[in-house]
Design a protein around this ligand. Structure first.
Ligand SMILES: Cc1cc2nc3c(=O)[nH]c(=O)nc-3n(C[C@H](O)[C@H](O)[C@H](O)COP(=O)(O)OP(=O)(O)OC[C@H]3O[C@@H](n4cnc5c(N)ncnc54)[C@H](O)[C@@H]3O)c2cc1C
Length: 433
């Protein structure tokens, strides 16, 4: 029997697992997919507390404001890319920029109102759509790589003793001695505490556990593309955002639309002309739709279930990455557990050969020849990186691509062949790693 079982290996489940692993407690994560981060928020790396102000969501904004502040040290400990870029909100004249600025100040979120030419210095591709527009600048906001962040949380939780069960779709729960969670294929896991972090599926999972929680959904349509001059920083305007993505010259336009369905449909854009707020010369390479899920009224849910020991932490809407560090810390601390003395708080950043200078690369290859053997020429990937990604938990091609490539890039058969080599040749790991 575990002390804690977390349902869902998204950013929230992995962050809570990692925080709980600081304490003397046994922790497991049950994920229905084959890997963590299956919701694939590959464009979603904006760390910006102010997003919870539009509309105003008191719990989300509280955790997001703290999460935004924690992100720099959190990502440094986990070896995750993070840049504090700031972000811009373009508001039309009906928008009460002064009121929002006051709200931000009272919450400790830095915010400035800028004139167009000041905003243009921050984002050179910004276009003015009408003269009444106001520009709110949030200097503390930043950009991370959402997938990399979730993978890092998993690896760090795992190294601190958390067990991950993949392909475990929680279907029902019973109580007795602790809570027993049963999967769709009949397996069961017992724990004293069960935390439902199943994201978009949080409502159905809660109901299967006997709790009448219903989430609402909004679909996000994204077009991700290479473009010569991607925006420098995220720019939000109404339901639409324009963001730089991980990878050179990649940008995304994401538009939030209402959705009644759990499965979002991609709304076909006619061609590639996007109206402001940022000028983009855009060639779409990838287009997809994803869901945001939120509670009625919009704020996050952190609620006890009817079964003793069950808790639901769901409905993050568009804020999950930003608020994960602070929410996870609050959830873990709420159990008043004893701290472990041997918690490993850091995780080594994986090697990305393409990002190294020539001398760094030469030094690396002297230590380990696998980093000189090329698997993919463009984008460049070496055998050593494939091996490391497999060791870090990739056991599908998708998992490998998400660890090694940027959005829109594909490794095809060569990556698959390399992966198979490392997965099947267990002697290699015994000898070399
Ligand atoms: C396109 C897009 C862009 C975004 N951009 C940003 C951004 O820039 N900044 C930001 O802060 N937030 C962003 N978000 C929001 C953020 O991604 C979400 O708030 C966050 O992913 C929610 O995390 P979660 O762990 O609650 O849920 P999820 O990430 O959905 O994870 C839930 C997990 O539970 C698993 N699961 C579901 N049912 C079961 C079951 N029965 N048994 C076991 N496992 C189950 C799922 O497979 C999944 O892995 C974005 C979201 C989208 C869709």
């Amino acid at each position: 029997m575990y002390d804690f079982l977390i349902i869902g290996g998204g950013v929230i489940g992995c962050a809570i697992a990692r925080e709980l692993s600081r304490f003397n407690a046994s922790v497991a994560v049950a994920e229905s997919g084959k890997d963590v981060c299956s919701s694939e928020v590959r464009t979603g790396g904006v760390v910006c507390a102010a997003r919870a102000l539009f509309p105003y969501r008191p719990s989300a904004v509280k955790y997001a404001a703290a999460g935004e502040k924690m992100f720099r040290s959190y990502s440094a400990a986990l070896g995750v890319t993070y840049r504090r870029t700031g972000c811009l909100y373009v508001c039309d004249d009906s928008f009460d920029a002064v009121r929002i600025t006051d709200k931000c100040n009272s919450l400790g979120i830095s915010c400035k109102t800028l004139a167009y030419d000041e905003a243009l210095r921050i984002e050179p591709h910004l276009m003015m759509r009408n003269e009444k527009e106001r520009y709110l600048y949030f200097p503390e906001a930043g950009l991370t790589d959402a997938c990399e962040f979730v993978f890092a949380l998993r690896e760090n939780a795992e190294i601190n003793g958390t067990h991950f069960y993949f392909g475990f779709e929680a279907e029902k729960a019973t109580d007795g001695e602790g809570v027993t969670v049963i999967s769709a294929d009949g397996r069961s896991i017992q724990a004293h505490h069960v935390i439902n972090c199943s994201g978009n599926n949080g409502g159905p999972v809660a109901r299967a556990f006997g709790d009448l929680i219903y989430l609402e959904h909004a679909a996000v349509n994204c077009v991700v593309s290479k473009c010569k001059q991607p925006p420098r920083i995220p720019v939000f305007c109404g339901n639409r955002s324009v963001l730089p993505c991980p990878g050179d010259s990649v940008a995304a336009v994401c538009e939030r639309v209402s959705s009644r369905r759990m499965v979002p449909e991609v709304i076909p854009y006619d061609g590639v002309s996007f109206e402001g707020p940022v000028e983009l010369a855009f060639e779409p390479v990838l287009r997809y739709a994803r869901l945001y899920s939120y509670a009625h009224g919009g704020d996050i849910i952190d609620r006890k279930g009817k079964l003793n020991g069950v808790r639901h932490v769901i409905g993050m809407d568009d804020m999950g990455i930003t608020l994960a560090p602070a929410l996870a810390m609050a959830v873990a601390r709420s159990y008043s557990l004893e701290k472990r003395c041997n918690f490993i708080s850091t995780r080594t950043k994986p090697v990305h050969v393409a990002a190294l200078s020539a001398s760094e690369r030469a030094a690396l290859v002297r230590k380990d020849k696998a980093y000189s053997s090329i698997v993919l020429a463009s984008p460049p990937v070496t055998e050593g990186e494939v091996r490391d990604a497999v060791l870090r938990g990739a056991d599908t091609i998708d998992g490998l691509e998400r660890r090694l490539l940027h959005v829109g890039e594909s490794g095809g058969a060569r990556l698959a062949a390399a992966m198979e080599r490392y997965c099947s040749d267990s002697g290699f790991f015994a000898k070399e790693v």
